[in-house]
Ligand binder design. Structure first.
Ligand code: GLA
Length: 386
């Protein structure tokens, strides 16, 4: 941290109260494309975060420096416009707008942004950025906001200002993540519980295909609409049902045949995935990692053939991972169309799995992946910058 603090001081001066707002990325174990259907997800915060070193300023201006892009941008809180030229600033601006809509007047600041969440890798760098920015603004304003409200307003910033219709999972777990646990979230009412994942006998591997998921956001919005249509059509049999979450697997088997082929595939994924999350949580609590891995493999197959959000690189990565000794299961994680796979493996096999998988993946695709073990980490916080 001290190097980025030095950069901050060199750029913005060393005086005053300098703080650090830190928000982690996430990896989702299971429960993909279920959040915006009111369903269940099981993500964990990872030990890679977006870091904003900041100091309040009293004139309503926000001065940003991105270490990654080596670019500066200054804007006034009273006059916020979306930037086409520097799209990375829109996460901060969107959060400021969302705060204002909540009746909070965000405080101005000097801010230096750095971090270790890879961009476009499906580890939710954008949600981490929004949460880190929101925490900084709130501190500068000298107010407090309940964590759940914070998650929702960060989601709204992304939905409305940035223009990606994401669900609530990423922002929520960036705030509510805890060391040693995955977070089971019911996205219908945001009730949640921690599921212990601190067993030293098991390890989580993040396998970055290094393929960016740019195609993702238009397809993402299309999937969302298809799910809404499928739910509306099935609701003919179940008045009051609004989202795919409202249907059980038995109901899908009864009525799903009336949907068009595409809508049936989408609904089958979502309703099946909700059921798999419940099964995976029970298995995880029992320490039955074989069973958790089996559900992860099924999740991947469903995302690949029914939801159609995987890609060849994610398929290769997951399939090759599954063949290796010590791997219980593997699947794509996040929105899809690139980004990362997640694998569950027996502890002690990480190094062998990583090297064999790197080699096989590179042979098959010509791309050098990044593979590393991670542990569930704490959610977002603000601390003095040191
Ligand atoms: C992206 C979105 C999340 C979620 C996942 C898919 O990460 O931001 O809200 O929908 O895709 O599970």
């Amino acid at each position: 941290m001290s190097r980025t603090l030095d950069q901050f001081k060199a750029r913005f001066g060393a005086s005053g109260d300098i703080r650090l707002s830190r928000a982690p990325g996430r990896v989702n174990l299971i429960g993909e494309h279920t959040d915006y259907n009111g369903g269940f997800v099981l993500p964990l915060a990872i030990d890679r975060s977006v870091d904003i070193i900041f100091r309040p300023r009293g004139d309503g201006k926000v001065r940003l420096w991105s270490v990654l892009y080596e670019r500066e941008e200054t804007f006034e809180l009273g006059r916020i416009e979306k930037s086409d030229d520097q799209p990375w600033t829109n996460y901060v601006k969107g959060v400021a707008v969302a705060l204002r809509e909540e009746g909070v007047r965000p405080g101005g600041m000097d801010a230096l942004i750095s971090g270790a969440v890879p961009l476009g890798a499906g580890l939710s760098s954008s949600a981490a950025f929004e949460v880190a920015a929101a925490q900084a603004f709130i501190q500068c304003a000298g107010v407090e906001i309940e964590p759940e409200r914070l998650a929702r307003l960060c989601q709204r910033a992304e939905n409305e200002f940035v223009g990606v219709k994401c669900g609530i999972m990423d922002q929520f777990v960036s705030i509510f993540g805890r060391r040693g646990a995955a977070v089971l979230i019911d996205c219908m009412d945001l009730s949640h519980e921690l599921v212990p994942l601190d067993d030293r006998a098991v390890s989580i591997l993040i396998c970055n295909t290094m393929v960016r998921h740019e195609l993702g956001s238009s397809q993402y919005n299309i999937r969302r609409r298809q799910c809404e249509t499928a739910a509306r059509e099935m609701a003919r049999h179940k008045p009051g049902a609004k989202l795919l979450r409202d249907f059980t697997w038995d109901e899908f088997e009864q009525w799903g045949g009336e949907l068009s082929t595409t809508l049936r595939m989408r609904a089958r994924h979502v309703i099946g995935e909700n059921r798999r999350v419940g099964q995976a949580v029970q298995s995880l609590r029992r320490g039955d990692y074989e069973a958790v891995g089996a559900r992860m493999n099924e999740s991947h197959a469903s995302l690949q053939s029914d939801y159609e959000v995987s890609c060849i690189e994610l398929d290769v990565m997951s399939a090759e991972a599954r063949k290796l000794p010590g791997v219980y299961g593997a699947r794509m994680t996040g929105g899809g169309f690139g980004g990362c796979a997640v694998a569950l493996a027996r502890a002690g096999t990480e190094a062998d799995v990583a090297s064999a998988l790197s080699q096989r993946y590179e042979e098959a695709t010509g791309i050098k992946p990044e593979i590393y073990a991670c542990r569930p980490a704490e959610g977002a916080r603000v601390e003095p910058a040191t």
